[in-house]
Design a protein around this ligand. Sequence first.
Ligand code: IMP
Ligand code: MG
Length: 188
Amino acid sequence: MHQDIERILIDQQVILKRLDLLAARIDSDFDPQRELVVIALLNGAFMFMADLLRRIRRPLIIDCLRVASYHGGTTSSGQVKFLDNWLPEVNQRDVLILDDILDSGRTLHAVTNRIKESGANSVKSCVLLDKQCQRAVDYECDYHGFQIANEFVVGYGLDYQEKYRNLPYVGILKRELFAPNSASPPSV
Ligand code: IMP
Ligand code: MG
């Protein structure tokens, strides 16, 4: 796996240090007297979720939601698919959505709308990575770990065709592995 990585963009120690700060901010921003429901988007957020949430001290209700914003290859469907036919109970509750990366914004925009329609009191989001220059819809997250340029990254939960999720760092995939003759990263 490591031989497929052009270079490490964010190593594990840097990620974990950043998560200490993010967790402290979340702890201080949300009223501990109110219930907070955290919903992690699978599969990408699994590692971020585990490392971030174990650093949060306040009580949480934790759930997951499976969504897909593409068909597993490199071309975007432009649509967000909800792969579960149920939603966690969010009525009257404060919700914090976790995702691996905010790119076009379509996924978090769609999930936020769905959760609001289900009666949540408030909906915020927290992502590990924010590719801010890539937005296709008007959406910004409330918390991010790192802003990154438009590079195709894998590891720490992020995949290319379902591979590389278990790398402990965020790395840039060698270009020849996804686009032998292309100058741009895959769109997802
Ligand atoms: P959005 O809906 O375009 O914001 O995309 C969010 C999803 O696209 C993420 O949850 C990832 O699954 C995927 N994605 C976007 N950029 C990358 C990347 O650089 N590497 C791996 N997956 C990515
Ligand atoms: Mg994902």
